[in-house]
Design a protein around this ligand. Structure first.
Ligand SMILES: [Fe+2]
Length: 334
């Protein structure tokens, strides 16, 4: 690429971190497209328009899951005529996207090693998923140093999303020896290293978890996701994706445990200790997830392929029960 657009996470841009991270000769890359958390379709299109105006032929992405997905959408729309919504689903592109280079600033989504992009548009029952070969970044630079000054809560949410990706790969129906190898190593790494990484910001532990989050995505990207992500797919729930996963993970793990291999049971049995060490209750706070959100979660999961991919079949009653166990307020009739 000779004329990249730079897509950067809003929080990083605001904190002035980019100026510290970028070498001088790249500091003036334009356009610099700032990505908010969960960008809307309109914001994504504005990014596309900016990149087109500048004649860009590639995208450099610095940020977490939202920025990576926005950057991938821009790379697609620079060479495909429609708005990104035209490509929802599997392999609908006319042309291979322009190349992307990705520098993740969270140990979380693992989107830097994935051909999938996810957008959350209000008013829809489920999220928008675009799967397209060539959307995976050509290069992903995994640098744990970038996590040293990450604020605690977003780092916790991102990390618990990655832990959930690893677990879902272990209880997905489509798992195999190769995905097991990736998911086991990713989960083991988080169980061992997440507390030191988040509490002490130990550089080696930070590097371990950023690599483990990519491994977790390589695993779940091949197995497909499962029950946690089936419920956690409603764009109108005003809670962060990783936060919700962190709140429902342990209940879903207990639900799936009887159908899992003994080796994997031993791994998920270590989750409560990890939650304790990262000082996270692992449940919704009182009143935080009310009946309306619970309905959105269960509605979104109905007919969702992720729910069908879960090793243990679940009824709506099971989903209500799992959300109740996770601290959500569930209507008495549910
Ligand atoms: Fe996720």
């Amino acid at each position: 690429m000779s004329k990249p657009a730079l897509v950067v996470d809003g929080g990083i841009a605001k904190a002035g971190l980019l100026e510290q991270w970028l070498p001088e000769e790249t500091a003036n890359i334009t356009p610099r497209i700032v990505c908010p958390v969960n960008p809307t379709l309109e914001q994504v299109q504005q990014g596309v328009d900016q990149a087109k105006e500048h004649g860009c032929d590639g995208v450099v992405i610095i940020g977490g899951g939202s920025a990576i997905c926005m950057g991938k959408a821009i790379a697609i729309c620079l060479v495909n005529p429609g708005p990104i919504l035209d490509y929802e689903g599997n392999e609908k592109l006319h042309k291979t996207p322009v190349p992307t280079i990705c520098v993740p600033t969270t140990a979380g989504s693992g989107s830097e090693v994935s051909r999938v992009l996810v957008l959350h548009e209000h008013g829809r029952r489920q999220e928008i998923i675009v799967r397209a070969m060539g959307s995976e970044p050509r290069v992903a630079l995994l640098d744990g140093q970038l996590l040293v000054s990450s604020p605690r809560q977003p780092m916790l949410d991102a990390g618990l999303d990655a832990v959930t990706h690893a677990c879902e790969a272990l209880w997905a129906r489509n798992r195999c020896l190769i995905t097991d190898a990736l998911a086991e190593k990713a989960l083991e790494t988080f169980l061992d290293r997440f507390p030191t990484a988040i509490n002490d910001r130990d550089p080696d532990a930070l590097q371990d978890i950023i690599e483990a989050s990519s491994a977790a995505n390589l695993a779940c990207g091949n197995t497909g996701l499962a029950l946690c992500h089936a419920m956690n797919t409603a764009p109108d729930v005003p809670l962060a994706h990783g936060y919700v996963n962190g709140c429902i993970l342990q209940a879903v793990a207990t639900f799936n445990r009887p159908r899992m291999d003994e080796r994997h049971q031993k791994l998920i049995d270590r989750l409560p200790k990890m939650y304790e060490e990262i000082r996270c209750s692992g449940k919704f706070k009182d009143g935080e997830c009310g009946e309306k959100n619970v309905e959105l979660f269960v509605n979104a999961s109905r007919d969702h392929p992720f729910r069908k991919n879960n090793v243990r079949e679940s009824s709506d009653a099971d989903c209500y029960d799992l959300l109740r166990q996770s601290g959500a307020t569930v209507a008495a009739a549910a």
